[in-house]
Design a binder for this molecule. Structure first.
Ligand code: OFO
Length: 164
């Protein structure tokens, strides 16, 4: 039996994942606007990934016979800047998501809910990847980003990105 407390925090997490999708989509639109099509592609793929994260949580609540509550998705409040500034904010956002996932794990531990604990493990590992990939892009932008030719090459490289 899953507790109300766990259902509530997972419903909140569904909202955060869809918000993340919105956030990446807004960033993708901005990159597209300024002609960084590879960055636009990469962040659009990330948006789709976030929707999948939300849907997986949605499915989990249904599977556990809980009540899904779809909350309002906020408009992303994100001041765009240079690619490195944007990725620094993405990194901060992902760290916040990691904390939220850890809260789900903590609640599940407190309630000895092994099913939720085992389910949320996937997200804990996924967050390692989410933080790392944002950091990798920051590192490369810092190493090469001021140079327009390098930014062009990196943009082309990101255009090849496929999450499958
Ligand atoms: Fe779903 O992890 Fe990013 O936000």
């Amino acid at each position: 039996m899953i507790s109300e407390r766990i259902i509530n925090i997972i419903n909140e997490q569904i909202n955060r994942e869809f918000y993340s999708g919105y956030l990446y989509l807004s960033i993708s639109a901005y990159f597209r606007e300024i002609g960084l099509f590879g960055f636009a592609h990469r962040t659009k793929e990330q948006a789709a990934e976030e929707m999948e994260h939300g849907m997986k949580l949605f499915g989990f609540i249904i599977d556990r016979n809980g009540k899904v509550e779809l909350k309002q998705i906020a408009t992303p409040q994100f001041e765009m800047g240079s690619p490195v500034e944007i990725y620094q904010k993405i990194y901060e956002h992902e760290k916040m998501i990691t904390e939220a996932i850890m809260d789900v794990a903590r609640f599940a531990e407190e309630e000895c809910d092994r099913t939720t604990l085992s389910f949320i493990d996937w997200y804990i590992n996924e967050q390692i990847e989410e933080e790392r990939s944002a950091l990798d892009i920051i590192k490369r932008l810092k190493a090469f980003g001021d140079d327009r030719a390098s930014l062009f090459l990196m943009d082309n490289e990101l255009n090849q990105y496929s999450r499958n």
